[in-house]
Design a protein around this ligand. Structure first.
Ligand SMILES: Cc1ncc(COP(=O)(O)O)c(C=O)c1O
Length: 463
């Protein structure tokens, strides 16, 4: 039998992260300040430590991973590359389906790859406390875990709907010593304002980000910073260890490059982590289809404009050039809580503008159906976010059968769903429905973008 669990040993772990900014044919548009002018690194200093700001603006292709970070990651890295032979057999497909299993980390997802790095760089810079937001709770629990190991205090603002739907994530954060509150909260000006206007709001990542930033920048000791679990360049950078490992593992079983790379997208970090090393191959001429997947309820990449927008609801962040549903977007309460952000990583968006990526959106029910097929064949129960990627994988495997083509499909198994069983319960008892963001809603939320600077769509025209 060909191996279906492909392991690297610790000595083979990648020792550098890959930075797509070095290879994009058209550079990223710069972040802008409130005056509409590009911001300098010093403007981010109250929010992030300077060593991470340097990574945020870096254009070096390779950035060394400090040994002390690797020493923490060895707890679960290199993560296994697995081949989904049981699913392949069930679908009777000629496709070979490989997945990078990021569910094996202690918090259960890819998020600690950057949480550990961010906590470490903050500690090096003399910071004592991190604040953050979390949607599904995956990011909050990952940062709580990293702060515990590295010795930082951690405060998490958790989007109200997930706080109620996923109480166990909150308990995980408690085990790792973090303080988690529902957002909007009465603890910040941003939270109080939203609560006054919309007392019953399910919350949003945009609101939670405003609260976490406010609490970091108003700490008079200067020892608190904010940490973001996705979207920013340095976060995506830290996740590229996933794709770099996957490349070595595919080689070990004699595969050349994959034909398709698939990942779900909330802010873009797990997708980017797996795919960016392969995007580099595509830039250099390889024929690879690279597919970021999102929910139809939150169609940032497939329907929203490419525009300058704020990263948060209270408009406190710099303006980023990205596909965006508008910073006031309140997403419908679908169960893939980690995929409800209004924006998308600028690096992912610039790659979309270039034509290097082919985004797709799937309905919630198709994703749950895919998750059940997966659990019934491979056995593992995926996170609802991961199930969105699975919907695309299964569709592609069926297409390969119809066309009678062997195809290598690689996707990111971004997390397990063992803390997300309420969503499965809702699906199995027939309570879930599909939702497609109506055009009027999209127009309503993106109207504010008209008053912000325009983002030019720059592309080389090669793809
Ligand atoms: C399991 C899982 N996958 C994917 C995501 C989406 O985030 P990102 O696009 O940053 O990978 C999340 C976010 O919480 C998640 O928990």
């Amino acid at each position: 039998m060909n191996p279906i669990k492909i392991f690297l040993n610790e000595n083979d772990i990648p020792r550098q992260w890959y930075n797509l900014a070095a290879d994009l044919p058209t550079p990223l548009l710069p972040p802008l300040g409130p005056d509409g002018k590009p911001i300098g690194p010093e403007m981010l200093a109250p929010v992030f430590p300077m060593n991470l700001i340097e990574q945020e603006v870096a254009t070096d292709r390779w950035i060394d991973i400090p040994e002390e970070i690797l020493n923490i990651l060895y707890r679960w890295r290199p993560s296994p590359l697995r081949r989904a032979v049981y699913l392949e057999k069930y679908l009777d497909t000629p496709a070979r389906i490989y997945y990078k299993d990021e569910s094996v980390s202690p918090p259960g997802s890819h998020k600690p790859n950057t949480a550990v790095a961010q906590a470490w760089y903050n500690k090096q810079f003399g910071i004592e406390k991190l604040t953050t937001e979390t949607g599904a709770g995956q990011w909050g629990s990952a940062l709580a875990f990293a702060c515990k190991l590295i010795g930082l205090e951690c405060k998490v603002f958790m989007v109200r709907i997930s706080f109620d739907q996923k109480p166990f994530r909150k308990h995980m954060m408690g085990v790792w010593g973090a303080n988690c509150v529902a957002s909007p909260s009465p603890e910040t000006n941003a939270g109080r304002k939203v609560l006054e206007e919309m007392p019953d709001t399910p919350g949003s990542l945009g609101i939670a980000i405003s609260e976490a930033i406010e609490q970091a920048v108003t700490d008079k000791t200067g020892k608190t910073r904010y940490s973001l679990g996705s979207v920013l360049n340095h976060v995506l950078l830290h996740q590229t260890i996933i794709g770099l490992e996957a490349k070595k593992q595919l080689e070990m079983v004699g595969e050349k490059l994959p034909d398709m790379v698939i990942g779900c997208c909330g802010g873009g970090s797990n997708f980017a982590g797996l795919s960016f090393p392969f995007v580099a191959d595509k830039i250099n001429g390889a024929d690879i289809k690279i597919v970021p997947v999102e929910p139809t309820a939150c169609p940032t990449m497939t329907r929203a404009p490419f525009a300058y927008d704020f990263g948060d609801t209270a408009c406190t962040t710099p303006l980023l050039a990205m596909h965006t549903l508008g910073h006031a977007f309140i997403p419908p309460p679908i169960h893939a809580g980690g995929l409800r952000y209004h924006g998308m990583a600028p690096l992912v968006c610039q790659a979309i503008v270039e034509g290097l990526l082919e985004p797709r959106a799937y309905h919630q029910l198709q994703s749950y159906e895919a998750a059940i097929t997966w659990a019934s064949t491979e056995g593992f129960i995926p996170a609802p976010e991961t199930s969105q990627a699975l919907a695309a994988v299964i569709e592609e495997a069926k297409k390969a059968k119809e066309e009678g083509k062997e195809r290598v499909i690689l996707f990111n198994y971004s997390g397990h769903g063992l803390m997300d069983l309420m969503g499965y319960d809702a699906y199995l008892s027939g309570k879930l429905t599909d939702y497609e963001l109506p055009e009027e809603e999209l127009k309503k939320y993106t109207k504010d973008l008209e008053n912000l600077p325009k983002a030019e769509m720059r592309k080389s025209g090669k793809w």
